[in-house]
Design a protein around this ligand. Sequence first.
Ligand code: SF4
Length: 396
Amino acid sequence: MNFDEIRALRKAFASVKNRQKKNIPQDFAEKIKRLKAVRESSVGNEALITRTIKKIEENGIQVFRATSKDDAIKIVLQEIGSERLVVKSKSNITKEIYLTTELQSRGIEVIETDIGDRILQVLQCKPSHPTGPVSHLSAKTIAKGLSKIYGQSIREDPEDIVRFIRDEIRGYIEKAHVGITGANAITAEEGSIVLAHNEGNIFEVIRKEKQIVITAIDKVYPTIEDAINMVKIICFHATGSLIPSFVEIISGTSKTADVEKRFFKGVHSPKEIVLILLDNKRSEIIEKGFRELLYCIDCGNCLLHCPMYNTVGNYFAEDKYLGGKGLAYQSLSQEETNKKLEFCLTCGRCRKNCPLSIDVPAAIRNIRSESFPQEIYYFIKSHLFWLYYALRLKLQ
Ligand code: SF4
């Protein structure tokens, strides 16, 4: 990320923080308390996962459990069958398993339908925020990149850029028969899949003949009410708004029993829904004693307040694993500790601003240090590194 991108990122983050100040939700403390209690009792709760799967299956949705990334990719390929085009919505789990690159390497065209994600895909850039992936790119940079790629002049106007990308995406949506989404939550009581969005693209993706949902075992919630509470909290922390434009609750395929009460599935779309429930080292992370990291709801509020992230941007990240929490999680889910963890200042601002009060600095100290003197070394190194880049940013 260059200095212009870091400035654009700071501007975007400042506008979210201002919106948050104006929009503090009613009963905020109560909502947070409820979310914390739900995450503490649900994450890693095998009985709740089993109940959820049973209920989802009763609703006519086929469920697969995938232990690893490779398992998940195999199931997706099997479900896509002979189709050569899929449209997908924003999903951090699909980024985690590099789904797009994996499918493309097998000749399947994958089109992101979220505006920010499509821009990232076309420009081949890395994300800078879990819900606002192009927060670091100015309209000027995006327009320049798109104009070059599409060989036509696109104005530096955000509305023109959005319209251009939307029209481009629409062509693919019309042709595709398979849609892939993530899920913000799946619920045990109702067997439902909960998806939140602002753009309206998810309407289109879930109306394909077949919907493939990929989510992880830590997305299980006891009830829809608990899931909606979480959606409100994500939305406030990610955008400063109280509720996203749309919340989809999917509890089965399109169906009717209108004529002689004879049950018929697939009146409109989707005719078929499959859900892939991924572990991908989550159980190991819990066993290693880092269960708290899985409470994360991917709101990105920690990034808004992280001094290192606000100074070096997504250099303090690895692919979709952004900031201290992302790097800690990535280090635990792979063989090696990511060296960038050494840049964490352990200032604690992430914990203070996290709706779940996740103690990311404690987790990082635990992962990166074997001894107290080593931790002092990291402390000095990270602060000198931060100071150097903060001064450069100021003087540029
Ligand atoms: S660690 Fe906390 S603040 Fe950061 S993304 Fe997760 S829930 Fe949000």
